[in-house]
Design a protein around this ligand. Structure first.
Ligand SMILES: [Zn+2]
Length: 63
């Protein structure tokens, strides 16, 4: 009988890019991968992309 190896490393789903990543930060109960976190930091608050990030965060916080 074949057994599927269970990976010990916990991949968490990033709320911004929806990808499972190993490294990142936790904001409330949400996980943001280090890539998106860096992106957010480098995004100007007047950039529409920034609003997108905030919206993602809000939608997760609400649920
Ligand atoms: Zn991400």
């Amino acid at each position: 009988m074949d057994t599927v190896a269970v990976q010990k490393t916990t991949l968490e789903k990033c709320i911004v890019c929806d990808e499972k990543k190993l490294t990142g930060i936790h904001l409330f109960t949400s996980f943001i991968c280090s890539d998106c976190e860096r992106d957010m930091v480098n995004t100007d608050t007047s950039d529409p992309k920034y609003k997108y990030y905030i919206d993602r965060l809000k939608s997760v916080k609400r649920s």
